[in-house]
Design a protein around this ligand. Structure first.
Ligand code: S3P
Length: 435
């Protein structure tokens, strides 16, 4: 167990370039591996989750080379992966498990996927049901709806699937299996989840459609594919990692922070809208957009200390900020008045049950929080006091409560702080450089 001690500081000043986006890094290796030719990835995130993805594809015969400024993936085409000799170890990574299951469902060989203790309790029925209805053969080895998963070869057919959850991992698993199906595959979700798969697969040459409906639901479609083509992928900075510094800049009196080259895809950047709703002083500089060419929009984000007030976060906003709810909850605890978070039952099936882990730790810092079935109600405005934070090895809890510790009175201890390695290994070094 490693612990970090965080003490309150007055202001944070400077520039931060956060590491590459985790979701996009995963996809770049996966799509590069099943494309024909070489894929060159710049700003790839070297966090533990993305390294799990790399290792899995290496075990299936893909050569991946680390250069100084980029990663090279030597793709072998849609049917060029080879049978792994051992279990594919996915570590803590839900994205590796679910997206890779979509790809493996279409292979001519069998495989087994397994992760760490947290991963192996997360629900996999949400991908097994639609993939098996396409003709895949995926079973939960312990018959509990979780990994380890055993995947046997199957002949895949296109389906039109109504997903009960707005989940990019579910949508992406089905779209990836759809590459191998004999007819078009459609996935409709109740609200639009992050669309990195659609944007990037289009860039790799797949025929992908997307439409938004009047009731807020969204459909993505994919046609059976003969070949994907290796690409140059520029991974933007991860807004989920930038979120901690955005909050730090807004909460610590006198702060001014510039976050450079952050991905601002609207299906991911819900936290920026929430900050604005809470009264944040945010300026966007140097905005770029290569979304039409398989890329993603980016901007430099300037944040200055602001007096925040409570807000309501609900409905179709939730998928665009689901991973940022722990740090939004910290901002809410420091803001004047009440914040209500609802329609976010998905929080219960993340790396931890984040309704529980956020509630427990905010309470430890003296904040009044009421957990609900699908979110929480936070009474903000009372100064936070330093506390012993239990992360339960959840990287986003560790980082969110480090920022809470910065603005709290007294010492905060972050238990198992090394869990930040999952998505942001340099987090504590970067934080300590700013004050
Ligand atoms: C991700 C999708 C989200 C998110 C996860 C990464 C992705 O999960 O929470 O951290 O890369 O597709 P769900 O799709 O389950 O909501």
């Amino acid at each position: 167990m490693s612990v970090k001690y965080i003490y309150s500081k007055n202001k944070l000043k400077g520039e931060v370039t956060v590491p590459g986006d985790k979701s996009i890094s995963h996809r770049s290796v996966m799509f590069g591996s099943i494309a024909s030719g070489m894929t060159e990835i710049t700003n790839f995130l070297q966090g533990a989750d993305c390294l799990s993805t790399i290792q899995c594809f290496q075990r299936m015969g893909i050569e991946i080379e680390w250069k100084r400024d980029f990663v090279l993936v030597y793709g072998k085409g849609l049917r060029g992966l080879s049978a792994p000799e051992k279990t594919l170890e996915v570590g803590n990574s839900g994205t590796t498990t679910r997206l890779m299951a979509g790809i493996l469902a279409g292979q001519a060989f069998g495989s087994v996927l397994s992760g760490d203790a947290s991963l192996n309790t997360r629900p996999m029925g949400r991908i097994m049901a639609p993939l098996n209805s396409m003709g895949a053969h995926i079973e939960s080895i312990l018959d509990n709806g979780c990994a380890p998963l055993k995947i046997e070869p199957g002949i895949l057919h296109g389906i039109s699937y109504q997903s009960p959850v707005a989940s990019a991992q579910v949508k992406s698993a089905i779209l990836l299996a759809g590459l191998y199906a004999d007819s078009e595959t459609l996935v409709t979700e109740p609200a639009l989840s992050r669309n990195h798969t659609e944007l990037m697969l289009r860039g790799f040459g797949a025929e992908v459609t997307s439409s938004l409906h009047e009731d807020g639901s969204a459909t993505a479609g994919i046609c059976p594919c003969r070949q994907l083509y290796g690409q140059k992928v520029q991974v933007p900075g991860d807004i989920s990692s930038a979120a901690y510094f955005i909050a730090a800049g807004l909460l610590a009196p006198g702060s001014e922070l510039l976050l450079c080259n952050v991905g601002t895809n609207p299906t991911r950047a819900g936290i920026l809208k929430v900050c604005e709703d809470m009264g944040a002083d945010i300026t966007y500089l140097n905005c770029q957009n290569t979304a039409g060419r398989g890329g993603e929009p980016t901007a430099d984000i300037l944040v200055r200390f602001s007096r925040l007030h409570g807000t309501t976060i609900e409905g179709s906003m939730i998928p665009a900020l689901i991973d940022e709810i722990p740090i939004i909850a910290v901002m809410a605890a420091c803001a004047e008045g009440k914040t209500v978070i609802k329609d976010a039952a998905e929080l219960k099936v993340k790396e931890t049950n984040r309704i529980d882990t956020v509630t427990e730790n905010l309470r430890a810092m003296g904040c009044q929080v009421t957990p609900t079935e699908d979110g929480m109600i936070i009474e903000g405005g009372k100064p936070l006091s330093g506390a012993h934070i239990r992360t339960y090895l959840d990287h986003r809890i560790a980082m969110a409560f480090s920022i809470a510790g910065l603005v709290a009175e007294g010492e905060t201890v972050i238990e198992d702080s090394q869990c930040v390695d999952v998505s942001y290994p340099e987090f504590f070094d970067t934080l300590s450089r700013l004050y």
